[in-house]
Design a protein around this ligand. Sequence first.
Ligand SMILES: [Mn+2]
Length: 250
Amino acid sequence: MSTKPVIGITPLVDEARDSYWMLPGYMEGITAAGGIPVMLPLVHDAEDLPVLLGKLDGLLFAGGHDVSPALYQEPVSDLCGAVCHERDLLERRLFQLALAADMPLFGICRGIQLFNALLGGKLVQDLPAETPGGLPHQQKPPYDIPFHAVTIAESSPLYPIAGSARLQVNSYHHQAVRIKAPALEVSATADDGIIEGLYMPGKRFVQAVQWHPEFSFRSDPASLRLFQAFVAACSEYHSNHINVSEATLH
Ligand SMILES: [Mn+2]
């Protein structure tokens, strides 16, 4: 029997097509790093989620809709994009349950914003409007090409993964972390001061990045190493929890 960890990916939602969907890079990045990806359903039943989490060894919080400003108690700006309350609700419950179980959590783009909002931080609702003079952060395709640099904090767990104090990353976001949640620490910063990486100290693996390694892992070794570090943490969680009952997640 395979000992590969099984990693849940939060679903992307297309209301216009009444569909859930997935970018292959999220799944292929996990596969390339030695994990088994599964896309989660858009259900948030409080009784069922612990059962679902009991089958998983890690969670990847994918990109997508803007995080609702209701999650960080701010009014919705005119420039905030579309939100998805169903995803917000699912991801809030998953995050809280999985964090309590010390399950590895990896956030990408919306994921870093979500982690920050759920832990008491605030977001920029539209970078061009709220940070005039900042760098452009919304590149055109192809998205596997680097767009701006980030500086990696040497004391962060991202530093050994990055293998360098500077990384060239892609960028496709109009929102960002504005006020960091107290429980999180900065792991990466763009040259205009925008926070591009966060982690939670004391946890097995709670890391999030504002860029998109799912587009760049095939050509960029540092992006692949991010998936590998996450999957390695999920493997460790898996071997520590083989006999755990779902009851421990309640
Ligand atoms: Mn950026």
